[in-house]
Design a protein around this ligand. Structure first.
Ligand code: AHR
Length: 501
């Protein structure tokens, strides 16, 4: 089978905002306790942060991490997690049915973020709380000194403001499962007022307003339109959330799910632009795809530990990812890059243990799941300008998708480093594909490396005992002659083809 990939350095989708390589830590399961924080772990530092986890997070290169939720944030009193640890209250956490000890709060998370070379994307509670508490949190985090909450931060040992630049106005407020969910009218008003107050205190920040919890919500589209009608000029991004599953055990259909993400992005872009028209605004709003991943394995796992309600940091949502998940994650990243002009922020949900690329055992090891690798590759080489990348290849029909291209691809040009990287997934499970890449506009470039990731078993996983079962290697075959690169995309594979001068 063959494919043609056409690109030109002058045909640009847009600059890739590095924040699309963000991730997410929620107070849920073992994401915080047993994930990033475990004071008794052999690699823990004086503050209790696991060194082995920080090393893996650094490898992923996540520029932002959304915190502290998720559904959790809609019941969170942020003050509980500040001040001397011995005074912090234990609470019944309603979103996930656990006990929150508050050993880690915004101060500790800020410290952790610095160690992990990342920055915090803060979510405020618009469920049980509202603009007043968001205002207090903003003052605590971003204002220098001399007023109640900035002085409280200083008293807690943090002289310098945290300078948090990106703020989420609640979480999934349309979802009936959300603590104090709202109608679009109710939420649009409160989100707008909260954004106003936050920006009055710190005009340098940007705000993310909640879009629908998924494109499958009954109110999808109408929700975005109404919320934006209320808040358009005070917000900068609309959130999108999506999780895919392969409950049907139908790999071709599962791998086609990036078509759904593409539809989702195009729909939300249209709705944003409609809202811009009806609000007569010159302001541009973009997308924050701040929850995306595969999520279903934990519900199918016969060995999953039973969940004990009101326990501390139980095993929750601990999906063990397989090779086909890595292929879909690659295609989803490609899809976001192909919309780099409008998707400016994105968070792989989540980062550690909870539907995450990094897994740990309490007191034991930390390892990279299969999905870690395509994410790491895009985060490293997918920075620069996303190029319009035309793919001509055979297509297939499967499940509720028709005309699914066997090859997904996008090229990113990093002018500063004189590098072009072509990312490609071959979804054909049995046939290799020879892709001819038009490189005529990159005269003088050579093939630097062709990384491939393939496993004969789409269900293969990485575990603590066998952490390198599904890993990439640099053994890909690409030649470049006369402006055409010929790349062999093995059946069922993730490919990173790097060109440099
Ligand atoms: O990421 C897990 C949960 O999924 C988040 O808490 C919520 O926002 C979404 O429904």
């Amino acid at each position: 089978m063959e494919a043609k990939i056409k690109l030109d350095r002058d045909y640009k989708v847009g600059e890739v905002d590095e924040r699309i390589y963000g991730s997410f830590i929620e107070h849920l399961g073992r994401a915080v306790y047993g994930g990033i924080y475990e004071p008794t772990h052999p690699t823990a530092d004086a503050d209790g942060f696991r060194g082995d986890v920080i090393e893996l997070v650094k490898k992923l290169g996540v520029p932002i991490v959304r915190y502290p939720g998720g559904n959790f944030v809609s019941g969170y009193d942020w003050e509980d997690g500040t001040g001397p640890k011995e005074n912090r209250p234990r609470r019944r956490e309603m979103a996930w049915g656990t006990i929150e000890t508050n050993e880690v709060g915004i101060d500790e998370f800020q410290k952790w973020a610095k160690l992990a070379n990342t920055s915090v994307m803060m979510a405020v509670n618009l469920g049980t709380r509202g603009p007043a508490d968001a205002r207090n949190l903003m003052e605590y985090c971003n204002l220098p000194a001399g007023t109640k909450y900035s002085d409280m931060r200083i008293k807690n040992g943090y002289a310098d403001p945290f300078g948090i630049k990106l703020w989420c106005l609640g979480n999934e407020m349309d979802g009936p499962w959300q603590i104090c969910a709202k109608t679009a009218e109710e939420y649009g008003r409160i989100a707008n007022e909260t954004a106003k107050v936050l920006k009055w205190l710190d005009p340098s920040i940007e705000c993310v307003v909640c879009g629908s919890s998924s494109s499958g919500m009954r109110t999808f589209g109408r929700w975005e339109a109404k919320v934006l009608e209320e808040s358009y000029n005070n917000v900068d991004y609309v959130s999108c959330h999506t999780y895919y599953n392969n409950h049907a055990h139908d790999t071709p259909t599962f791998l086609a799910n990036n078509l759904d993400m593409d539809y989702f992005i195009r729909s939300v872009v249209s709705t944003i632009d409609y809202a811009q028209v009806i609000t007569r605004s010159r302001h541009k709003v973009n997308i924050s795809f701040d929850e995306w991943n595969v999520w279903y394995h934990c519900n199918e796992d016969p060995n999953a530990k039973p969940f004990e309600r009101w326990s501390i940091a139980p095993h929750q949502l601990e999906d063990v990812y397989n090779f086909e998940d890595a292929l879909l994650i690659g295609s989803l990243l490609i899809t976001m890059l192909r919309h780099a002009d409008r998707v400016k922020v994105a968070c792989l949900a989540q980062l550690v243990n909870v539907i995450a690329p990094i897994m740990t055992r309490n007191g034991g090891g930390a390892w990279a799941q299969t999905i870690f690798y395509p994410f790491m590759h895009c985060s490293e080489w997918g920075r620069g300008t996303a190029l319009v990348t035309n793919v001509e290849c055979d297509k297939y029909d499967s499940g509720h998708y028709t005309d699914v291209p066997y090859v997904d691809s996008v090229a990113v040009y990093n002018e500063e480093k004189s590098e072009v990287t072509v990312f490609a997934v071959n979804k054909n499970l049995t046939e290799d594909i020879v892709a001819r890449v038009d490189m005529r506009s990159f005269e003088g470039y050579r093939v630097a490396e062709h990384i491939t990731m393939h496993h004969d078993d789409v269900n293969a996983v990485n575990t603590e005992e066998n952490p390198y079962n599904v890993v990439p290697s640099s053994n890909g075959k690409t030649t470049l002659d006369d402006g055409t690169a010929e790349a062999l995309l093995p059946a069922a594979s993730w490919n990173v083809i790097r060109f440099c001068k």
